[in-house]
Design a protein around this ligand. Structure first.
Ligand SMILES: Cc1ncc(COP(=O)(O)O)c(C=O)c1O
Length: 424
């Protein structure tokens, strides 16, 4: 029989590039991977996690509660503490409680699940999602498997090009496609992959524009703020989230995670959701798993409550500051001047651009020769959404300083530099 009876979604779902990149990295232990967004092994909070588990299991009553199912929305204490943490980060005044109401908080299995649930909650096949250009390529796989189209908005050094956002919305209005536009997806802190951080003015400008076009869309167009890397800042001051913009609060979906800043293996994320969306997204979460692992949630609640989370952040930030500096120094020494990149102030990535005409794509000589030398990076082309209105560049590489040791980072950039020097 030729058909396996697969659904349309299953047939549309291609192997996400992330799976291939992770598989290659795991299958070849000798390989230096500057590709997948793994975090730093040595700073994972082993002692903190052991102490928290000991605390939970010290009392049979607590242990039983932790080992039971919980609720679909998530653990009440974790939701309260997460909302308080966000409010504190945003430096929000006392009268802004509504924006950070724990009742609007949904705990998910990583923020990846939140992005998936949100897509299912808002979009039908044929709908359009506005995305930054480039963007997080795993999110693109979600959109692709759901049969959604993308329109891309270029990035400037402080976030979205608002002129292009406006002209894109105008053109969608003219073509009658605005009712198919459901959300604008942004990664506002140390963007994956470009490293760009969005200013508060840009968040406000984007929200203002989305609202201008809502009348023609005949429904809200949500501003999705993915803040996965917010807590990984090692230089400069934090910027408030779009939740702090009181006028637009019911159009903002804030997606956060404890994966990157605490432990990717614990994998707990969350969303602060506008009230009208909350019942629907909670029902969908109910169908997926009717609640994130209770034990993991209780562990994080204790990490937040005991300040272990807060104390862990500077340790982590210090470590990434050092690794980023090692990568930047190696790039200065090993790469030709024609390759451009920004010194990172947080996050996990450096986005390096080769001169026009030089491909670093999956099928390029550079990628193949780097792999022959046991060096893996993310070809930038994977981070560009399919968009019929522009041609995606192939000249970029996403280089992660997250998981490789300092020594491996040096060696990796040396190997890559030799390949790139050969080609430029
Ligand atoms: C931009 C962005 N959002 C969300 C995620 C999902 O992370 P998690 O599901 O571990 O919270 C990632 C992971 O790499 C990411 O880079």
């Amino acid at each position: 029989m030729k058909s396996h009876g697969l659904s349309e979604l299953a047939r549309r779902s291609i192997d996400p590039p992330i799976s291939w990149l992770m598989k290659v990295a795991l299958a070849r232990p000798e390989l230096i991977s500057l590709a997948a967004g793994f975090t730093d092994d040595l700073s994972l909070p082993i002692d903190e996690t052991r102490a928290i588990l000991d605390e939970i299991f010290a009392s049979p009553k607590q242990a039983r509660a932790a080992l039971q199912y919980g609720s679909t929305l998530g653990d009440g204490t974790l939701r309260r503490l997460t909302a308080e943490w966000l409010r504190e980060q945003d430096g929000a005044p006392g009268n802004s409680a509504g924006a950070y109401d724990p009742d609007r908080l949904l705990i998910t299995h990583g923020s990846q699940q939140l992005l998936y649930l949100l897509t299912e909650c808002l979009c039908d096949p044929g709908d359009i999602v506005l995305v930054e250009d480039p963007t997080y390529f795993v999110f693109l796989s979600i959109l692709q498997s759901h049969g959604l189209a993308c329109r891309t908005i270029p990035l400037e050094s402080d976030g979205l090009d608002l002129g292009r956002l406006e002209s894109t919305l105008e053109s969608l209005k003219r073509s009658g496609d605005l009712p198919r536009v459901k959300m604008l997806y942004t990664i506002t802190y140390f963007q994956n992959p470009s490293g760009v951080t969005t200013s508060l003015q840009k968040k406000s400008g984007a929200l203002f524009l989305l609202r201008q076009f809502e009348r023609d869309a005949r429904h809200p167009i949500y501003f999705v703020e993915d803040a996965a890397y917010r807590d990984l800042r090692f230089e400069g001051k934090d910027i408030a989230s779009a939740l702090s913009l009181a006028a637009h609060r019911n159009r903002v979906v804030y997606s956060g995670t404890f994966s990157k800043p605490f432990a990717t293996g614990i994998r707990v994320g969350y969303g602060l959701i506008p009230r009208p969306l909350l019942p629907a997204i909670t029902r969908i979460k109910g169908n997926h798993d009717f609640g994130t692992s209770n034990l993991l949630q209780q562990m994080l609640a204790r990490a937040l409550d005991s300040c272990r989370y807060r104390a862990h952040l500077p340790v982590l930030q210090q470590r990434y500051r050092k690794k980023a500096a090692v990568m930047a120094k190696a790039l200065r020494e090993q790469f030709p001047d024609e390759v451009t990149w920004q010194e990172p102030k947080g996050g996990l990535y450096i986005w390096a651009r080769l001169p026009a005409g030089r491909s670093a794509g999956m099928k390029s000589d550079i990628f193949k020769r780097a792999l022959d030398r046991d060096l893996l990076y993310v070809p930038g082309e994977l981070c560009y959404a399919p968009d019929p209105t522009r041609r995606a560049p192939k000249t970029e590489m996403r280089l992660s300083f997250g998981s490789a040791s300092e020594e491996k980072i040096r060696q990796g950039i040396e190997r890559l530099g030799a390949v790139v020097r050969d080609r430029v």
